[in-house]
Each structure stands twice: as structure tokens, then as C-alpha cells.
Write a protein that binds this ligand. Structure first.
Ligand SMILES: C[S@@+](CC[C@H](N)C(=O)[O-])C[C@H]1O[C@@H](n2cnc3c(N)ncnc32)[C@H](O)[C@@H]1O
Length: 317
């Protein structure tokens, strides 16, 4: 075959491939499309990855995902992010400086004054953020009073967190506690009782994100801080293309090989795509009543993740 005809054969076979219908894309949500009908015409729908599902179903579907990934969650985080999630988490905690001196506030009970921070780590899962915050308070600020409650809707994720806590100095102390609860509705947590509310890689899974932000506002003391780290929107189109390729090709595959669960990791990457942009999410935080410092968010690694902060205003009488 002449080089010209060889080129032509290659060219046309490539073209044919390009026009062939692609291999069916296995979308976690698509597999369940038959169930995706509202139970009544009044039932509201919401996202579950790329699917729309009745709001009443989302919580149990998200629950199934995290129950399935709980045991492999920490190992998978390292593999999926190539370890970068540890750097982001360290930076997040350093930027909050837990255990540093707090101003005395009217709403503090006598034993809270000068008595460390009360931190609520929502969607705290396996404890990655909580343990870092306690370590920072203890080792950097020499504060042995700051306490963290890890709250999560999923008992299996909390069980992994409890297991990990056995290897920390906080196990079985008043500095660390666990609560199983939905972040959208936490009647067991008193209003104006928390100094710092954190939610890391959790809120994109919530059914009603605005309800959770409103609850955050309620439980925080005036002057208290809301801090969220979540996957976000990459600002450079070229980097975004590479990142999306990694997310949609590598992550479900790693999930399949390492955790034996492709579908859950497919959901996790789809849920990242569905999460609002930095600006949209900042506006939701503002809608809940928070004051926004500066532009309200800090991009990490080109916007793969972003840290959002809000402060509950102190209302002067
Ligand atoms: C991706 S994990 C993040 C865990 C941990 N914060 C971290 O960064 O490693 C998301 C967590 O959100 C929890 N979650 C999902 N929906 C929730 C809800 N409505 N209320 C509280 N936690 C929820 C899940 O159970 C899961 O443990």
C-alpha cells in the first residue's frame, strides 16, 4: 500500500470511528431512570448526579452511596486526588486557626468564656477535618478546651470516624463527640451555641442546601464563622478539559478496581458537576444571612475546590 493510500485508510477509519455512535455511556443515574418519576404531580424534583429524582428519594440514595464507600473512603480520597485533598484540608484548617483566642461574647455561658471553641463539623464522615482541628488547637494554640462534634447523616461513615478516633488522643474525651443527624434540620443543636461550623465536601450531597445554610446560621453564635470547602468550577478551559477527563474516566475506574463500586464514584463526579459555581454558592450563603468577607471564596488548584466563608453578624442592641 502506498503511503498515500495508507494515510487515506487511516484517515477514513478514524472518521468512521468519529461518526459511530459512542459506546453507551454508563451513567449511574441513567440506570435508575425508570424510577425517576414524581410520586405525585406536586412532588418536587432534585438532582442526584445527572438524574432528576423526587426530593423524598435523594436522601436514601445518597445514604446508599456513602454506606457503600465508607470502608474505602479515606484510601479512595488519596487515590482520586493524588493526595492533594490532604493539602487542601491542612490549608482549610490553618486558615481557621481553631483554638486561638476568641473575643468574649454576650451569648457565652460562664464556662464557655475563655474555654476554647465549640466546633460543629457537619458531614464530618470519617473525621478528617475534626482530627485536624483538634490537633491544630492543641499543638499550635496550646488549647486543650476546644471541642468538635462530628455530625453526619450516615451511621456507616460515623462508624469509620469512631474507629479512626481510637488512634487519637481525643478518643473518649469531652473534646470529641459524634452525632447522627441531617444537616438540614438539627433541632437537637441549640441556637447560637457554636463558634465555628464547618462542612467539607459534604454540602453538594444535601437535598436542600439552602435549608442547611439556614440551619448553620441559626446554630452559630453572633460573630461565629461558617466555613465550607467543596468541589467547584475550574476557571481555565484547558485545565478544565483535562480535569473533567480525569474525573469521568479515571475516578469511576479507580472506584471499580479499588472499592469494587463504580456506580457510587460515578455519582460522586456527577454531583461535582451539578454543584453551583463559586459566585452562586456565595450568594446562597449571603441569602442565609451571613456577612461575606472580601469576594467570599478562595479557589484551590485552579478552582477544583473552593473555600467559602461567612460570618454571622453581631447585632448591636
Ligand atoms: C464526601 S463525604 C465528606 C466527609 C468529610 N467531611 C471529608 O471531607 O472527608 C460527604 C459526607 O456527607 C454526608 N452527608 C450527606 N448528606 C448529608 C446530610 N443531609 N446531612 C449530613 N451529612 C450528610 C455523607 O454521609 C458523607 O459522610
Amino acid at each position: 500500500m502506498s503511503s498515500r493510500s495508507a494515510w487515506r485508510a487511516l484517515h477514513y477509519s478514524a472518521k468512521r470511528r468519529a461518526f459511530q455512535s459512542p459506546a453507551p455511556y454508563r451513567c449511574f443515574s441513567c440506570a435508575r431512570r425508570a424510577q425517576e418519576q414524581p410520586k405525585s404531580e406536586h412532588e418536587r424534583m432534585t438532582h442526584f448526579g445527572f438524574s432528576n429524582v423526587p426530593e423524598s428519594e435523594k436522601e436514601s440514595r445518597v445514604g446508599a452511596v456513602f454506606s457503600s464507600v465508607a470502608a474505602s473512603y479515606d484510601r479512595m480520597n488519596d487515590l482520586m486526588s493524588l493526595g492533594v485533598h490532604r493539602l487542601w484540608k491542612d490549608h482549610f484548617v490553618r486558615s481557621l486557626n481553631p483554638g486561638s483566642a476568641l473575643p468574649a461574647r454576650d451569648c457565652d455561658t460562664p464556662n464557655q468564656q475563655g474555654g476554647g471553641w465549640t466546633i460543629l463539623d457537619i458531614a464530618g464522615g470519617t473525621g478528617d477535618i475534626a482530627f485536624r482541628m483538634l490537633d491544630h488547637a492543641t499543638n499550635i494554640n496550646h488549647d486543650l478546651e476546644t471541642r468538635v462534634t462530628i455530625s453526619d447523616i450516615n451511621g456507616d461513615m460515623l462508624a469509620e470516624g469512631r474507629k479512626r478516633s481510637l488512634d487519637t488522643p481525643y478518643y473518649n474525651t469531652r473534646r470529641l463527640s459524634f452525632v447522627e443527624a441531617n444537616a438540614e434540620h438539627m433541632p437537637h443543636i441549640a441556637s447560637e451555641s457554636v463558634d465555628l461550623y464547618t462542612v467539607v465536601f459534604g454540602i453538594r450531597n444535601f437535598t436542600d442546601k439552602q435549608a442547611a445554610l439556614n440551619e448553620a446560621f441559626r446554630v452559630l453564635k453572633p460573630g461565629g464563622v461558617f466555613a465550607c470547602m467543596e468541589f467547584s468550577k475550574v476557571d481555565n478551559p484547558l485545565f478544565d478539559a483535562v480535569y473533567k477527563r480525569w474525573n469521568f474516566s479515571a475516578i469511576p475506574l479507580i472506584g471499580q478496581v479499588v472499592a469494587g463500586d463504580r456506580d457510587s464514584y460515578q455519582y460522586l463526579v456527577e454531583s461535582i458537576e451539578r454543584f453551583p459555581s463559586q459566585e452562586e454558592f456565595r450568594d446562597m450563603i449571603q441569602t442565609a444571612g451571613f456577612m461575606i468577607p472580601g469576594r467570599g471564596f478562595e479557589n484551590l488548584t485552579g478552582g477544583i475546590a473552593a473555600i467559602h466563608k461567612g460570618i454571622k453578624p453581631i447585632v448591636k442592641a
